[in-house]
Design a binder for this molecule. Structure first.
Ligand code: 13P
Length: 126
């Protein structure tokens, strides 16, 4: 089988419950994907979806967003699902901006809320 496409999953703290529920509801779809995630998000998704193999990177504020940005630049991440919290100030706001900028530069599908993510995965079964 060809290498599966890679999706990056990230959620800010206020959105982590939502991400865990979203991943669980779509566990069978994600089974066909390689999954990378920032540290804490990845832990929550792994807990919610024991059948998946979630590759956990650093936590977002400690460089995880930048790691995923680098993977987008090298062509190793093909879709970004990032449940952002627009109501809280983030110490690593510049990293968040850099990540969404790179997803735009490299023109990969990017969902920043759950409604868009649901649509994206409907269209992107590998
Ligand atoms: O802060 C984040 C994204 O900007 C997410 O990082 P964690 O998944 O480690 O909480």
């Amino acid at each position: 089988m060809a290498n599966p496409k890679c999706v990056a999953l990230i959620a800010h703290d206020q959105k982590k419950d939502d991400m865990a529920a979203f991943a669980q509801a779509n566990e069978t779809v994600f089974a066909g994907w390689k999954i990378v995630a920032t540290g804490t998000t990845g832990g929550r998704v792994q807990e919610a979806c024991p059948s998946l193999n979630v590759i956990r990177l650093k936590s977002g504020p400690l460089g995880g967003d930048q790691q995923i940005g680098a993977m987008i630049a090298t062509g190793d991440v093909h879709m970004l699902i990032f449940f952002i919290d627009p109501l809280s100030a983030m110490p690593h706001d510049v990293d968040v901006k850099a990540l969404t900028r790179l997803a735009t530069v490299y023109d990969i599908p990017m969902a920043l809320n759950r409604a868009t993510a649901e649509q994206l995965i409907d269209f992107n079964h590998p």
